[in-house]
Design a protein. Structure first.
Length: 209
């Protein structure tokens, strides 16, 4: 019972100052507008990269000091599978840090995985007092509470960060509210560039009035 990945990419940008091996898992519980990885979310291609192949890559390249689990949404995978993989990494590559990228919607999984990783990158896709805007962005009925819970679990970990794409439907007041909220957190918040993904099929989903 092991994980299979859809892709892996070597990156110096994902975690600044580090060489990261970014692993992409398929599946997601959201359907965000302009999702860059919508093909992974829909699982259009069977993942073929094995855990063994990832371990081989880490053995081959000792300059890699960080593994990023991304997607898709890693937390929709079975927690036992994720844990087993992370335990293997920790045992075999104790010098490698691990970050998980997440939409924050599965706080229980995040809580379970926290002892095995060094941080999480959590998306704050809308002000967390605005369920309608969050649901609109996520393309699905989305409750802010689980995301707030995730944030409180991961805040202050060494590699934790929070991030918001500058979605065109977020106005100045929305961004101000997110900024005020994240100002009270220990980990940094980044407002990232927004990229149009015109062929993303989720752009048509409403999610909110
Ligand atoms: S959370 Fe949204 S942006 Fe991230 S993979 Fe899922 S659908 Fe795409």
């Amino acid at each position: 019972m092991t994980l299979k990945f859809s892709a892996m990419v070597l990156s110096s940008k994902d975690v600044p100052g580090r060489w990261s091996l970014v692993l992409f898992l398929n599946g997601c519980n959201f359907r965000c507008k302009h999702c860059q990885n919508w093909k992974l979310v829909l699982g259009l291609e069977e993942p073929t990269l094995t855990e063994g192949r990832v371990i081989e890559e880490l053995e081959k390249n000792p300059a890699i000091d960080t593994v990023v689990l991304s997607g898709g949404e890693p937390t929709v995978h079975k927690p036992e599978k994720l844990k087993t993989f992370l335990e293997k990494l920790k045992l075999q590559f104790p010098y490698v840090s691990v970050r998980i990228d997440t939409n924050g919607y599965s706080p229980q999984v995040v809580r379970d995985l926290k002892p095995l990783v060094d941080g999480f990158a959590v998306d704050i896709k809308a002000p967390l007092d605005d369920k309608d805007k969050l649901s609109y962005t996520a393309g699905a009925e989305a409750d802010p509470e689980p995301i707030k819970e995730t944030i409180s679990i991961v805040d202050g970990m060494p590699l934790t960060l929070f991030r918001t794409p500058r979605y065109p439907w977020l106005n100045g007041r929305d961004l101000e509210k997110i900024k005020e909220f994240t100002n009270s957190l220990k980990s940094p918040w980044f407002l990232n560039e927004f990229f149009l993904v015109e062929d993303c099929p989720f752009n048509q989903l409403s999610g909110a009035p």
